[in-house]
Design a protein around this ligand. Structure first.
Ligand SMILES: [Fe+2]
Ligand SMILES: [Fe+2]
Length: 278
């Protein structure tokens, strides 16, 4: 992508473009400034409201409670699954195109920050995200197939001006989690949550595709299947970190809550915007 951030762009669009630019000292300084105004207060609020956890088992209980709570679904999810028109669904697909087209790319900087055995578990997740090296199976390719069927563009640049700030936050948080968060536990907690939540969350989009007769819904159905393995790999990665020198369970839990808030907010905003636009 050869687009540079412009001062008139929204802060999160600017941050996204900077995150994908060559990381010169100047670029990184601007990223850190934008993140300080955003992630700093977000993290402080979550840290303040989170009771410290004593052990990994407590983190698992907290995560389980959050997933159970979210499994009940949301009005936005029910609408998208059962009522949205093809045009409204297309808007939501457009909204998450930057995510689908750059899927898992921003996880790589986490690898050198992990002990070797944890690296292997996260690498197994990454290998799947990239279709085990087979382009036809790569998650970004599955998203391209969906975009094509819905008559949407195939290049990142076309989505830069239609993506909402909430979605940009969800994208940008991973660049922070993997590269600048002081403890990699935040990333592990966030990704463990995401992989564990998708097998329930994507039922909504899979159902919408089925109902609307969209043939290229495989992006969603593939995740219903593969993320049941990815959630286990992420728990294994966390266990390996613990064995190799310890892991902060409170920070795992803060990472999960951070991502839950951002993805939940982005999804609801996307459905609302789709309904307003159509
Ligand atoms: Fe994926
Ligand atoms: Fe996954």
């Amino acid at each position: 992508m050869n687009v540079t951030a412009h001062p008139t762009d929204s802060p999160h669009k600017r941050l996204f473009l900077l995150n994908r630019a060559r990381p010169t000292a100047g670029t990184v300084a601007r990223i850190e400034e934008l993140e300080a105004d955003w992630i700093g207060p977000l993290l402080a609020r979550l840290t303040e409201r989170t009771e410290p956890l004593a052990a990994r088992a407590e983190w698992l209980t907290c995560l389980d409670e959050l997933l159970t709570h979210e499994r009940a679904g949301s009005p936005a999810g029910s609408y998208l699954a059962e009522k949205a028109t093809r045009e409204e669904f297309t808007h939501v697909v457009r909204e998450f195109a930057l995510d689908g087209l750059t899927e898992a790319q921003n996880f790589f900087p986490a690898i050198p920050r992990l002990p070797l055995r944890a690296q292997m578990a996260v690498m197994r997740v990454l290998i799947d995200e990239f279709g085990c090296g087979n382009q036809r199976q790569a998650h970004s390719q599955l998203y391209l197939d969906l975009l094509a069927e819905l008559g949407l563009p195939q290049d990142l640049e076309s989505f830069l001006d239609t993506t909402g700030e909430g979605t940009y936050q969800f994208l940008n948080v991973f660049y922070w989690l993997t590269q600048r968060a002081e403890d990699i536990a935040y990333f592990l907690g966030a990704l463990a949550y995401l992989e564990a939540s998708i097998p329930d969350a994507f039922r909504v989009q899979a159902r919408a595709c089925e109902r609307l007769g969209i043939a290229n819904g495989r992006y969603y159905t593939e995740h219903l299947h593969i993320d049941t393995f990815h959630m286990r790999e992420m728990q294994l990665a966390i266990k390996e970190c613990e064995a190799a020198g310890g892991i902060d369970p409170t920070r795992l839990w803060i990472g999960a809550q951070l991502l839950s808030e951002l993805i939940g907010g982005a999804f609801e905003a996307a459905v609302n915007r789709a309904r307003e636009a159509v």
